[in-house]
Design a binder for this molecule. Structure first.
Ligand code: FES
Length: 79
């Protein structure tokens, strides 16, 4: 008896990865197959990940907090 295919949810994020629910088998452009058995898999869309095809959060902009703190300190000294 044929079974209904399970519908997976794929979420496209703005400026970030594509989130795929459930275990997945990924076929890369060169034919290599990669398997993820995680409940949700984040696929890199920016190509900056060191774990490509998986997202490692390298897409996030890095903000130097020491400069921000310095700017806040400058503002408090302007009185
Ligand atoms: S989308 Fe996250 S590292 Fe590329």
């Amino acid at each position: 008896m044929p079974t209904e295919p399970t519908r997976r949810r794929i979420t496209v994020t703005e400026d970030g990865p594509i989130l795929v629910q459930g275990p997945v088998e990924i076929v890369l452009a060169d034919g290599q197959e990669v398997i993820s058995d995680r409940a949700a898999t984040a696929l890199c869309t920016c190509r900056r990940s060191r774990r490509y095809p998986f997202c490692d959060t390298s897409h996030r902009r890095r903000v130097r907090t020491d400069r921000i703190r310095g700017a806040e300190a400058d503002r408090t000294c302007d009185r």
